[in-house]
Design a protein around this ligand. Sequence first.
Ligand SMILES: C[S@@+](CC[C@H](N)C(=O)[O-])C[C@H]1O[C@@H](n2cnc3c(N)ncnc32)[C@H](O)[C@@H]1O
Length: 430
Amino acid sequence: MTPSAHALAAIEILTAVEANHRPVASALKDWGASHRFAGSGDRARIASVVYDALRSRASIAWRMGSDAPRALVLGALAFVRGATTEDLARAFADARHAPEPPTDAEAAAIASASLDGAPAHVRGDYPEWLDASLARAFGEERAEHGAALARRAPLDIRVNALKADRAKVLRSLAHLNPVETPLSAFGLRIPLGDDGRGPPVQAEPAYQKGLFEVQDEGSQLAALVAGAAAGQQVVDLCAGAGGKTLALAAQMRNRGQLYAYDSDVRRLSPLHDRADRADVRNLQIRAPKGEADVLSDLRDRADLVLVDAPCTGTGTWRRNPDAKWRMRPGALEQRNLEQDEVLDAAAGLVKPGGRLVYVTCSVLKEENEDRVAAFRARRPDFAATPAAAAAVEAGLPQLAAFANADGDALLLSPRRSDTDGFFVAVLRRA
Ligand SMILES: C[S@@+](CC[C@H](N)C(=O)[O-])C[C@H]1O[C@@H](n2cnc3c(N)ncnc32)[C@H](O)[C@@H]1O
């Protein structure tokens, strides 16, 4: 398929998303199933155009004067990828399957488009109804933070210290030109292609051998700040597929006991294979069993409980721009209830003197500082660790630069730390 045919397919897919209110991932899957001639490379290139359009949907719509799928795709090609009207006209005229060449009005929009005078939610490419929340988080700079969350995300991997070191993985992936990430001592960043796609690293022999995992540098840092140590009793209470569990296991060097729990048994299932591949030997996966409390034996026993809480995921909008536009008022309140519940459950597992580390991949205070404040009002026996001290304890003093306004938690974000958005609060039980 030609790049013009990819653009045409992207318009079709965005049209289906809009018409049927479908998640974009399932619309992409359906398109692939009904266009079998398109290989995996074509499907990935089409998805990349769709995601470029969605990340910048509001600002493209403003500049093009339309939020129709065609305007979004032409805008993505022009404003994200740098194509001129002439480039588009030539490419579309030369291809058999292609969108119609740009109209005069579209050409004029592409040539003269500016975001001057656009409101913050347009410049920052986020839903208007979230403006007050983003203003609480970032004040006058919310449009710039939103714009950073609307850029393409890098491809980061975490070297598995149980099996390798950075030098070894750098050598095995040399053909992909990785560089060391600036903040995590276990991170490597792999350059993306011009179209924003990363190489299929999971097909690499080094991945199959468990030498590394795909994990954003911000997620790596959250796990490092949690600070699991060899010999400890550690609970990962919202383990999901285990991204952070595996990072904690590497810190523990297979000594002590690590427990992974998630209230959704289906999310835990990939962790079994992932842990085997990573050579993790001190992990017990505690899947929920009906009404039974499968963690009752751990009450007041854990040196560390990590709560990687269910959240709106605003910090991961670069990777999941569809979620940004699908998020509805009410979702925040629902997540807040879950966050309070899981914090209370975690508190019951921490031993006196132990740590509870609360993490979200959201930048919103409603899910972060507000939840910690409400928790501390319920549980005055837990004290917040200043962010600078938590960074030093984790051997990462440079993270003190990312302390939140109150100085009692870390706030990472694309604009602050060139990572996904993460909030990390370290609480210690008296
Ligand atoms: C942010 S995700 C976890 C991601 C995972 N830790 C990782 O690093 O890949 C949050 C998880 O919390 C789980 N969850 C939601 N409510 C929970 C509860 N009350 N107890 C335990 N897990 C819960 C969800 O099923 C979801 O998998």
